[in-house]
Design a protein around this ligand. Sequence first.
Ligand SMILES: [Zn+2]
Ligand SMILES: [Zn+2]
Length: 249
Amino acid sequence: MTDQTTDNQNQTNSQPEKIFVAVAWPYASGPRHLGHVAGAYLPPDIFARYHRMKGNRVLMVSGSDMNGTPITVAAEKAGVSPNTWSQRVHRLNTDLWHRMGFTYDLFTDTTTPIHQKLVQDFFLRLLEKGYIFKDSTIAPYCLVDKRFLPDRYVEGICPHCGYNKARGDQCDNCGRPLDPIDLIDIHCGLCHSKPEFRESEHFFPICPNWRSLCSNGWARAKSSGVPTSWPSPPTGYARASRRVLTPAT
Ligand SMILES: [Zn+2]
Ligand SMILES: [Zn+2]
């Protein structure tokens, strides 16, 4: 009782804290389901409400991620442009949050000028400081569709479990991350023809201290009982990382 009274007095005397709640940005590839709500969107709303009740100043923000392969895949299936599709899903999800009573202070999307400026500035600063680098890697190219195929656009047999609908980024049957070149009997997800592999230019992140950061994080996770079994990174990224990291070590 005494402790509680002291806590209450401390809280009354102290200044309100500023609490920033940055909720994961939902992909505008399709409507969010109950699993998304339970796992990613409801917990931060409870957290924000708790701090508002305590008298703290809360800013809870998020928005729809309007770019990415899942959106172009869904748009092609629906026969509309990626922009039309993502705008449609953004409106749907915004309405969903409203009807569920979520208390976002701001829910926007990645097409706003301020977001684009921030992302470009962030990217250029990383590039200037040498935290990302340009390199080439091989990527599947469809001769019929005349385009490079993102990892999710290629399908084939998983080399680990034999599942015959594995995608170029991962196998949904065994959960392992994959690289398109690992797939057996690879074919284009759009036209089912066999793609060829061509050199393609990409940017890769590099953190000079990533090894110590990873091992420190690993040690902390292990001592706190957090599961520490992580899947291997896709081989394409691992190959490119090794090329850069090896001479520097
Ligand atoms: Zn598999
Ligand atoms: Zn194709």
